[in-house]
Structure formats: C-alpha cells, structure tokens
Design a protein around this ligand. Structure first.
Ligand code: NAP
Length: 408
C-alpha cells in the first residue's frame, strides 16, 4: 500500500477552499490516524483544472461544486472507476441517491456525505454506522440554519420576516437568493437523505412535501412567545403505520421542554428516536466553510481508514399520504355574534376537536386563536378550506403545526 493517499478536490469556493486549507493543516494527523499522508492532486474550479487529469491521479475525489451539473457526471464517473467520493452536495444525493449508490457498488467504491446534512453535526455517521443495526422510528430536527436564524431573530428582537431575512443576508447566514432555504426545499433535500439512511428505503425528493417560513407573521410569533412556545422549521422522517413512512418539512410550534426548543440562531439540531435508545439529540453549527470542511475531512479519514458504511436500500416502505398533527389556527374575524359557533361547526363536521380557544380584540381587530388536538392533516385541510369561505373572515386563515410532546 502506498504511504500516500491522493485526493482530488472539485470546487474551491467557500467549502472547497476551507477544505484544502484544513487538509494541508491536518495532514500529520490524517497520517497518524489512517497510516497514509494526504496529497492534493489538483483543485478544479469553473475556470481552472481538468477533471479527467484529477480523476486519473486521485484515490479519493472530494466534490464541493454543488448542484447536479456537472457534479452528477463527475461523481458517477469517479465511483464507477473505483474512486472513493466524499461530497457535501445534498441536492445531488436527494435527487440521484439511487444511481449514485449503484455506481459506488459497480465500482467497489465508498460514497460518503456527512457534510450534506447538518454541517458539522455527525448525524449521518450516527444514523448510518453507530445506529446502523437498530430500527429507527423517527429522525427529525432543525436542518436549516438560515431559517432558524430568521425565526430566532423574529422572536428575540421582534423583527418582521423581511427585516430578519435582510439581517441574515448581511451576516452571511442567508444567500442573495434565499428561496431554497426559506421555502423549505433545502431542508426537504436533507430529510430525503436522512430518511433513506434511517429506513433503508429509496425516498426521493418528490416524496417530501415541504412548507417554508415566508408566511410567518409577527403576531404568530407574539402568540408563541406569550405561551412560551418556540417556532421552528422542522424536518420530520418517521414510521407512521404498518409499512409506511412520512417525510416532510413544516414550520411548527414546540412546547417548552422539547429538546429542539432552545436551539437558537444559525444552529442545527437533529433527534433520533428508537425504542432501543429512547432518543438522542445532536446539535451544532449547520453550515459555514470551516465547519463543513471539518465534516468533509472526517469522511476522508474514514475512507482512508477503510471502513465501509452500510447503505442498504431494501426496505419495502410506502410513503404515507396522510398523518396526524396538532394545529394552531389564527383567524382575523369581524366581531359579530355566532362567529365562534360557525367555526366550531365546520371543525366538528371534519372531526377536528379543539383543545383551546382565545378570543382577542374587538370590532375590526378581533382575532380567534385556536389550538386543535392531533387530527388527520387531510381532515384539517378540508376544514380550513371551508373556514376560508366564511363571510366574517377578514383575511385568509393561518395555521401552523404544533408538537405537544414533552421530554425529560
Ligand atoms: N457553504 C456552506 O456553508 C455549505 C454547508 C454545507 C454544505 N455545502 C455544500 O457544499 C458544496 C459547495 O458549496 P460552497 O458554498 O463551497 O459553493 P461555492 O462557494 O459556490 O463554490 C463552488 C465551487 O465550485 C466551482 N464550480 C462551479 N461550477 C463548476 C464547474 N462547472 N466545474 C468546475 N467547478 C465548478 C466554483 O468555481 P469558481 O471558483 O470558478 O466559481 C467554486 O469554486 C455545495 O454542494 C453546498 O450545498 C455548503
């Protein structure tokens, strides 16, 4: 065996540049723990370098370009030619997971992607390796730091959504085009990857319905604050019935005491639940060049060390089309007799039962704030459609899911 391991780096942006620096900085340590000293064979950017030359010279290809074109082609070719691949690219994995697994199998190569989900938190390793032989019931958490920062600032400083987004952009927590983050698509891609690993089932991005935080209003946050609730954008992947799983992303109120409630700012946190372990919560920085590069380096060390992660996809699980959730409902109504009775009638017709009701304000300012018991999402959506047509409503109804579960 050569005493060097040849590493080709695709991309020299935020993560690529940080990874190259870290790899060179930590070369002694990598050699100490893995027995081989890393040597960079080349760094590809959009303007410089040749992929073919880097591929020919490398044992490991580290893909830090992002997106699917040309990353899919490069990664597939590398795997098929027996080069191990480490990537931080969630879109690539969420959209092409199956073909990449097949290419890795064909080429007898390893595919590692710790940095693609929750940045520096070793959630992939825990789900794939540490808990690889345990049936996991649920993986869920805050997997997008941008939205967590925005929601935290809306709560802490009373900023509007637009103000908090602007602040996140100024601080580099949100991109100039933040739509994938704030709309929930980024979190959905990460949850598709986590669900694949946790359940051994081929979950595709299309199987993950998602909602973002763009429509959250300051008075939703004010309500949450009053009750001590936290508002988070959550990704949830869970077993919901015989042979069924559900994977989705949505803004959600959490009761105090929930382990995810105190996660503030641009941080991420992921919980894993299984009857064998009760639950584990991991939290830490979800992004950033050096933080992500550290996760990439961890994968490189694992690859050099030779351990092959489990990546079996053989479970015959169906994606459930309906699940039960509790909801908060915010209605701006005309202050007139019979309003509450009519809303209650529609909810009752759809078997939605109300846990609490608060009526606020008078005249043009009147609001009804209700929290429901857990109910089929489909039935709640049907009720909401009818409520939206009630004549005394002054604006479209707003609903946010609620997780009532308490821990500890
Ligand atoms: N940034 C984070 O905090 C973070 C966190 C977790 C995961 N990730 C993931 O890490 C990956 C890289 O993200 P990043 O933030 O480092 O991106 P970035 O700063 O935009 O860098 C992308 C790099 O890829 C190069 N590139 C673009 N198109 C190329 C092409 N056709 N051929 C060759 N090279 C090309 C760019 O070249 P030029 O230098 O010539 O422009 C640049 O060096 C993405 O998959 C991202 O989702 C990032």
């Amino acid at each position: 065996m050569s005493d060097q391991v040849y590493v080709g780096i695709l991309g020299k942006g935020t993560v690529g540049a940080a990874f190259r620096e870290l790899l060179e900085d930590r070369a002694d340590m990598v050699e100490e723990v893995s027995g081989r000293r890393p040597k960079v064979t080349g760094v590809l950017s959009s303007k410089k370098g040749s992929f073919d030359e880097i591929l020919a010279a490398s044992d490991i290809v580290v893909e830090l370009i992002g997106g699917t074109d040309p990353a899919l082609d490069y990664v597939t070719r590398a795997l098929k030619e027996g080069r191990h691949v480490v990537t931080a690219n969630k879109q690539l994995l969420a959209q092409h997971g199956e073909e990449l697994v097949a290419a890795a199998r064909d080429g007898g190569a390893q595919l590692r992607f710790e940095a693609a989900v929750a940045g520096a938190i070793p959630v992939i390793r825990v789900v794939q390796e540490s808990l690889g032989a345990i049936p996991i019931d649920k993986v869920f958490g805050i997997v997008n730091g941008t939205t967590n920062y925005i929601l935290t600032e809306m709560t802490r400083a009373g900023l509007s959504y637009d103000e908090a987004l602007k602040q996140a952009q100024d601080l580099g927590y949100a991109e100039a085009d933040p739509s994938d983050d704030v709309g929930g698509a980024d979190a959905a891609a990460k949850m598709a990857i986590l669900a694949r690993l946790a359940f051994g089932a081929p979950v595709n991005l299309d199987d993950v319905p998602f909602e973002g935080i763009e429509r959250i209003k300051p008075d939703d946050i004010a309500y949450a604050k009053e009750l001590g609730l936290s508002l988070k954008l959550l990704g949830v992947a869970e077993r919901v019935g015989e042979g069924e799983i559900s994977v989705r992303v949505f803004p959600c109120f959490l009761y105090p005491g929930h382990p995810l409630a105190p996660i503030a700012g641009p941080f991420n946190a992921v919980m894993v639940e299984s009857s064998a372990i009760t639950e584990i919560t991991m939290s830490g920085p979800g992004a950033g060049g050096p933080e992500t590069a550290a996760a990439v380096l961890g994968d490189v060390v694992s690859v050099v060390g030779g351990g092959s992660p489990l990546f079996e996809e053989n479970a015959k699980l169906k994606v459930a089309r309906d699940v039960e959730m509790a909801f908060y409902l915010h209605l701006e109504v005309d202050d007139q007799p019979g309003v509450l009775a009519q809303v209650a009638e529609v909810l009752g017709d759809n078997e939605v039962s109300v846990r609490s009701v608060v009526q606020r304000g008078l005249g043009g300012e009147a609001q009804l704030i209700m929290v429901m018991h857990p109910v089929s999402e489909k039935r709640f959506a049907a009720a909401l459609k009818r409520i939206a047509k009630l004549k005394f409503l002054r604006s479209p109804p707003r609903s946010i899911r609620v997780i009532e579960e308490e821990f500890g």
